[in-house]
Design a protein around this ligand. Structure first.
Ligand SMILES: C[S@@+](CC[C@H](N)C(=O)[O-])C[C@H]1O[C@@H](n2cnc3c(N)ncnc32)[C@H](O)[C@@H]1O
Length: 272
């Protein structure tokens, strides 16, 4: 088949399962041929062997996320290695990073902790923005720690981001000025799309029976340690319960923020 025919075939195969079949068919072909999209346009009549490409299309048809197939995710201004067992970083988490960056800049913060590092997305982007910043980033699972370390090495941030296997911040005894987290916050019985629930790790998705259990525990832990700032991502329906909870706990202020679709998506707490 020619490149043009291959793309038409790939697009029709992906029609049922993804929103942008032509775009994904093209991206998978650039990955297969190790060429960019311009190459596909300039060489549309070139004959190619598509046996391996057919396998990639088959994987995508089985709802495997594109990022796991190619082993990489685009996030903020970087590319992060991903594989099964580690959450694919989501665009909405970039909003959390920008809000935390504002606080770091304003308060001249140099020591932070991150709970639930995943690929390393949050700590890596922050470390690249602030060369003086040090982050201790935890995760309860081995696989994210392994992948985060590869990403930290790729961007040569070993002096700034230290990883630790830990439940929440249990293994972090050093003083920090701010804690950031995108913890699992989905309720156990929430129905997710098959590309998410069949492939992404349960430990990264589900926060407990109600969903906000880990968020509440993080709020309590950070307050107990007398850390001034906490910034978290949360579910679109968790503003009310979190607001009621912090009223009980007692904080100086809480500011909620929305994602680009207009849904409640997280909060910044100042404890003192
Ligand atoms: C939603 S993912 C976020 C990953 C990454 N920070 C991001 O934004 O893409 C949550 C991460 O928290 C980790 N995690 C779950 N429970 C945890 C716990 N009790 N303590 C530390 N990490 C935990 C999961 O393994 C997962 O990597």
């Amino acid at each position: 088949m020619t490149i043009k025919e291959t793309l038409l075939w790939g697009t029709s195969e992906l029609h049922e399962i993804c929103e942008r079949p032509q775009y994904e068919a093209e991206l998978l072909l650039t990955y297969h041929l190790k060429q960019d999209r311009t190459y596909l346009i300039l060489h549309e009549d070139k004959e190619i062997d598509i046996k391996e490409y057919e396998k990639l299309i088959e994987r995508r048809k089985n709802h495997e996320p594109y990022e796991y197939i190619v082993g990489e995710a685009s996030f903020y201004d970087i590319y992060l290695k991903v594989e099964e067992g580690v959450l694919i970083p989501r665009p909405e988490t970039e909003i959390l990073i920008d809000l935390v960056a504002e606080i770091i800049e304003k308060e001249k913060i140099i020591r932070i902790a991150e709970i639930g590092v995943g690929t390393g997305a949050i700590s890596i982007v922050l470390a690249r923005k602030f060369p003086e910043l040090k982050s201790i980033a935890t995760d309860i699972c081995e696989k994210p720690l392994e992948i985060a370390q590869l990403n930290i090495n790729k961007y040569q941030l070993g002096d700034q981001v230290e990883l630790r296997k830990s439940n929440l911040m249990d293994e972090v005894s050093e003083p920090v000025e701010l804690v950031v987290s995108n913890p699992p916050y989905i309720a156990e019985d929430y129905l997710l799309e098959s590309n998410v629930v069949d492939y992404e790790p349960k430990e990264a998705l589900f926060g407990g029976k109600v969903g906000d259990e880990l968020l509440k525990q993080i709020i309590l832990d950070v307050k107990a340690r007398e850390i001034k700032w906490l910034a978290c991502e949360m579910g679109y329906d968790q503003k009310e319960p979190i607001q009621a909870f912090v009223k009980e706990v007692g904080v100086k202020s809480i500011q909620f923020y929305k994602d680009l679709a207009g849904f409640d998506r997280g909060f910044i707490i100042q404890f003192m």
